[in-house]
Design a protein around this ligand. Structure first.
Ligand code: NAD
Length: 241
């Protein structure tokens, strides 16, 4: 497939780019430069750039994230996440792209008590955000659902929690990981879940938790993700609830 990878310069995006490139023809899209033949430097808020980048594309994988979304700031990062998602979905609709894979977050259920008090099934309760980042992720999912519902787009949504690189033990912002937590997953396994979601058959609109700890399997329906996507984490962490 011809795949547009949005956010290809990021923590997850860089690894997803390598994996996707083994099996597909990839166009990398990011506001930062990516060392890759077929990279486009562009802003997701620039609709003209997005629609041009999607020329000849069969499927989109989105890993774009605006950094440091907190209360007490202007909404520019919020706009990147939410209006950027709209631009990607709308351009995909215009081009008749059928499969859209989006990287969401367990944060869409973060307004509920954390496990073990509450368990985070994909369809157990309405989405509930705590904080502006979570709210932007919730609204991204709402947009995705609407484009599926109104325009028949096949959309797979991946929900990781705490993504790390297990070789360097660093998080996306370069923080050193001190303790394993129940929501942990290696970025390579998030990337492999994105590839599985891209290639999965029979996706209408579905959300998939991905975690790699015993606690994560108890707290969410990761086994459902394994069954539906044929995915397993290659790196597991011994963290319980
Ligand atoms: N890192 C985590 O722990 C974590 C946890 C759960 C979910 N997620 C989700 O995973 C996805 C990937 O996260 P990440 O850690 O790789 O983030 P990241 O910040 O490393 O990468 C995001 C990429 O988006 C690009 N970007 C930002 N603004 C842009 C714009 N206006 N136009 C084009 N590109 C733009 C950045 O340049 C960057 O390369 C995000 O959707 C995030 O919400 C991350």
């Amino acid at each position: 497939m011809n795949v547009l990878l949005a956010g290809a310069a990021g923590f997850v995006g860089r690894v997803a780019l390598e994996l996707l490139n083994e099996r597909h023809q990839v166009t990398a899209f990011d506001i930062q430069n990516v060392e890759f033949n077929g990279a486009i430097v562009g802003d997701v808020l620039d609709y003209a750039a997005v629609i041009t980048a999607m020329q000849g594309i069969d499927a989109v994988v989105n890993t774009i994230m605006a950094p440091n979304l907190t209360y007490g700031e202007n909404g520019s990062g919020f706009t990147v996440n939410v209006s950027g998602m709209y631009n990607l979905l709308e351009a995909a609709r215009v081009h008749g792209i059928k499969r859209f894979v989006h990287t969401s977050s367990g944060a869409v259920h973060g307004g509920y008590p954390q496990p073990p008090e509450t368990f985070l099934r994909h369809d157990l309760y309405p989405l509930k955000a705590a904080g502006p980042y979570a709210l932007s992720k919730l609204l991204q999912e709402e947009l995705a659902w609407n484009f599926h519902d109104q325009h028949g787009m096949s959309i797979a949504v991946i929900r990781p929690w705490s993504i790390i690189d297990s070789k360097t033990m660093l998080t996306t912002d370069g923080t050193v990981v001190e303790d394993y937590s129940w929501g942990m997953i290696d970025r390579h396994d998030v990337a492999s879940a994105l590839v599985c979601a891209l290639e999965a058959k029979d996706i209408n609109y579905e959300c998939f938790y991905v975690m790699a700890t015993p606690g994560g399997y108890k707290a969410t329906d990761v086994t459902r993700t394994e069954d539906r996507l044929g995915w397993n984490p290659s790196i597991t962490f011994d963290a319980n609830l």
